[in-house]
Each structure stands twice: as structure tokens, then as C-alpha cells.
Ligand binder design. Structure first.
Ligand SMILES: C[S@@+](CC[C@H](N)C(=O)[O-])C[C@H]1O[C@@H](n2cnc3c(N)ncnc32)[C@H](O)[C@@H]1O
Length: 276
């Protein structure tokens, strides 16, 4: 098959940006081509041009756009990634929210771009631990991603020994059980922890978020790095509107709000607080 021409590259990058906000600049042309080739080959098409037309034909491409999105997204993640933020969550963010919400006793957390679930389960373990004595709280943790394969994996909650090595032993004993039969050697998140989470496919570009009440803490880590400034600004503006006054926003360690939004104050370790 011929390589991806400049014109095709432009067409695909515009299509991808329009649908999911991810921007492939010129330096990422080879990456985009490699990922597109996976879809072109699996459909048995002869060229990138034919694949583009296929995507545009609504009826035939039903579901293909979703497949392409699943192929293009990067779902690299880990339990307790950026450990310092989980320490902040336990020692500063949750205690502050617990004081502020002491009368309505409602806690809302969103793992936005949760990939295969490790981030959302890590949050749930810390939250569970903090509220284990007090069952009067209405707690919801939303775990969302655009990638349906990653979400299915997250919902299953079955992880390798290698991937759970960052989970503290105490949590491992409390929230996981060893897989049996075909799952032997794997570790299964227990149902109680899973029931803390609500999994949803949400696209940041649609900005159609299912919240009835404001959110206390948003984790959106290692997602914005794939977006250009315009998409970042719209996303952060939406987070600002969804957050409680004084709500928190946790970003990845190579992300920042500088030049994006100045309505947040830095708490530390890439955690920001909305100025209420
Ligand atoms: C590198 S992972 C980050 C996972 C986790 N937050 C962490 O830091 O470990 C980035 C995730 O963002 C998701 N993503 C990318 N574009 C998105 C969009 N437009 N809407 C929703 N999720 C998106 C990807 O599917 C991927 O799972």
C-alpha cells in the first residue's frame, strides 16, 4: 500500500481533531499512518484514500469511527500513578471536602479519561478507606473514557500481577481477590469497590456531561497532552463550570494550566483548586 500522502494526512488529522480533539501534528505523521494502517488492513481496503471515503459514508462506517478512535487513543496508565497526588487526596482534598460538605454529605469525583480503570480504582480505594466508618455519605465516582475497549477492560477489573505492584499490600488484601480457573494468576477487583464506580463512555469534545450536581474533584491526567490549546481551553472551561466553588482539578505531571486558564490556584503536585 502507498504511504499516507500529505493531503490524506491533512484530511485524517482534521477528522480526528473534529471527533476527539486529539491533534496529530506533522511530527506524528508516522504514528498516525501506522495506526490507520491497522484499520485499513483489517477491513481489507487497498488505500488510505478508500478508508477515508469509507469513514465518510455514514451507513458503511457505522461503528468504524469508534474502532478507529479505540485504535488512536493511548491508554497507558497505572495504579497510584503520581503517588503524591493520592497522598494529597487522602490528606488534604478529601478532608477539606468532608468539612465543606458535612451537612449535605454528598461527594462527587470524576476520573475523566480513566483508560483501563487503574486511576478510578485507586481513587475508590482511598475514598473507601476514608469513609469506611461513616455510611451516611452519598458518594459517586464517575469513571469515563472515549475508548470502549479500555472501558470494558476497566469494568472487568481484572489485572496482572505486574500491574498491581504499586497497590499497597493493605489495599491489595482488602480490595482484590486472586483469579481462579482461566483467570488464575490475575487479580480481580472486588464487587464492593467496583460498585463505587459508574463507568460511562464520554467524549470531551461533545461536552455533554451527565452531572446533576457539581463535582468536588476531577482527575484529568495525561489526557490534555494530546490536545491543542484551543481544545484544552474549552475542556478546562467546562471543568470550571462543573466544579464546586473550591473544587479540585488534578492534572498529569507534564500538564499545566499556564496559558490555558487563570481561574485556578495551584495547590501542589499538579493539583489545582478552583477560585470560588
Ligand atoms: C494516557 S491515558 C490516561 C489515563 C489516566 N488518566 C492516567 O493518567 O493514568 C489517556 C486517556 O484519555 C482518553 N481520551 C483521549 N481523548 C479523549 C476524548 N476526546 N474524550 C474522552 N477521553 C479521551 C484516551 O482514550 C485514554 O484512555
Amino acid at each position: 500500500m502507498d504511504g499516507l500522502s500529505e493531503r490524506e494526512f491533512e484530511s485524517f488529522r482534521n477528522l480526528v481533531k473534529k471527533h476527539i480533539g486529539i491533534s496529530f501534528d506533522r511530527t506524528k505523521k508516522a504514528v498516525l499512518q501506522r495506526k490507520l494502517a491497522l484499520r485499513v488492513n483489517s477491513l481489507g481496503l487497498e488505500s488510505y484514500g478508500k478508508y477515508y471515503l469509507y469513514l465518510l459514508q455514514e451507513k458503511e462506517s457505522k461503528g468504524e469511527l469508534r474502532q478507529l478512535i479505540n485504535t488512536l487513543t493511548v491508554d497507558q496508565t497505572a495504579f497510584f500513578r503520581h503517588l503524591k497526588q493520592f497522598e494529597l487526596l487522602a490528606n488534604i482534598l478529601l478532608p477539606q471536602v468532608a468539612i465543606q460538605k458535612n451537612t449535605i454529605k454528598k461527594l462527587r469525583i470524576w476520573s475523566a479519561g480513566c483508560a483501563t480503570g487503574q486511576e478510578a480504582y485507586s481513587i475508590a480505594m482511598v475514598v473507601n478507606d476514608m469513609f469506611k466508618e461513616d455510611h451516611t455519605w452519598d458518594i459517586r465516582i464517575l469513571a469515563s473514557d472515549i475508548d470502549t475497549d479500555a472501558l470494558k477492560f476497566a469494568y472487568r477489573g481484572l489485572y496482572t500481577k505486574e500491574s498491581i505492584k504499586q497497590v499497597p499490600t493493605e489495599y491489595l488484601n482488602r480490595y482484590f481477590r486472586r483469579g481462579t480457573g482461566k483467570d488464575s494468576g490475575l487479580f480481580q477487583v472486588n464487587e464492593d469497590l467496583k460498585n463505587r464506580l459508574l463507568f460511562r463512555r464520554l467524549n470531551f469534545v461533545d461536552f455533554n456531561f451527565p452531572f446533576k450536581s457539581p463535582v468536588d474533584i476531577i482527575f484529568c491526567r495525561n489526557v490534555m497532552i494530546y490536545f491543542d490549546t484551543e481544545v484544552k481551553k474549552r475542556l478546562i472551561d467546562n471543568f470550571f463550570r462543573l466544579l464546586e466553588p473550591d473544587g479540585f482539578l488534578c492534572l498529569g505531571t507534564s500538564e499545566s494550566l499556564i496559558g490555558v486558564d487563570d481561574r485556578f490556584a495551584l495547590v501542589g503536585h499538579f493539583v489545582y483548586q478552583k477560585r470560588g
